[in-house]
Design a protein around this ligand. Sequence first.
Ligand SMILES: Nc1nc2c(ncn2[C@@H]2O[C@H](COP(=O)(O)OP(=O)(O)O)[C@@H](O)[C@H]2O)c(=O)[nH]1
Ligand SMILES: [Mg+2]
Ligand SMILES: [Zn+2]
Length: 318
Amino acid sequence: MDKQSFDGTVVQSISGFYTVLLDQGGEIVCKLPGRLKQTRKQTDLVAVGERVTIEPIDEESGLITHIFARRNALARTRPSGHSRQWQTEKEQVLVANVDQIVLINSLHKPVTNLRKLDRMLVVTEVQQIPAVICINKVDLGSEVEARKIFSVYEKIGYPVFYVSAKTGLNIDSFKSQLLGRISVFTGSSGVGKSSLLNAIQPGLSLKVSAVSEATDKGMHTTRYAHLIPLKEGGFVADTPGIRGWALYNLEPEELDGYFREMAPLVANCQFSDCTHRHEPGCAIRAAVTAGEIEGSRYDSYLRLREEHEALLQAAYGR
Ligand SMILES: Nc1nc2c(ncn2[C@@H]2O[C@H](COP(=O)(O)OP(=O)(O)O)[C@@H](O)[C@H]2O)c(=O)[nH]1
Ligand SMILES: [Mg+2]
Ligand SMILES: [Zn+2]
């Protein structure tokens, strides 16, 4: 008699036990047979977000019999790359098959730190995962005020949602951005992540905060990442782990390539190793002067580069 098998998505992974949400509905806790452990030596074998095929053993438990190829992964090392220290280490996957990273900020209380936002955008560019910006608490000011600050990000191609969890402003269109996708939420404490999740789907934030509190207390983020299903399809993961990510694996001279409005101009600088600080014939500074690159973005570039060089100096003495 043929065994039945089902496809599903891994929503939780704890110490070798994988909770799989089946496409047809229903959750089942699975283990991984030894033969599958031989594959994927360079990376975490099964992360949340992974697409798998399982065979049930009984009502609640089963075996993973197949792991589908990943579309991408939010990981602590670059999947392929040029740099030094992390390259030989095993890649730590926080979430597989991520459709978007949602950067949650607030217009006021707390006011958005644009430097931190730009740093997170560099992280998403390095990871090659689309970023979506969500500005919450627009009720504390106005949409006009918010657009003045953040339309620069729309101009360079990032989707920006201006919302209020409190009044419901634009929550529907923000929600439609999440449906059918795997989204990783990230944002500082107090910006309204829990409130937004509740506005999208009552009860969701409780589940998510239980997970992030566990991880905030120093549990291993990778092992405890958790995808929360949306009723109408799609998943949300809140992984505090990535908020503090340093720009691992990044050479200072590559940083300009991850500011998407700067990247295409770099080739026009007079010097091929232009740092865009003081060199003559710098196309980036010319674009800032001409108003084609926002001053605050250029500022972020300078500050991040300085910070990154200092970090390397401390670590490698160069
Ligand atoms: N005025 C206003 N306050 C909000 C909004 N969203 C959340 N808050 C408040 O901001 C505080 C932090 O919200 P919370 O959802 O716990 O933020 P989290 O730490 O990111 O999960 C709470 O006091 C919320 O009531 C909003 O859209 N407008
Ligand atoms: Mg919260
Ligand atoms: Zn330059």
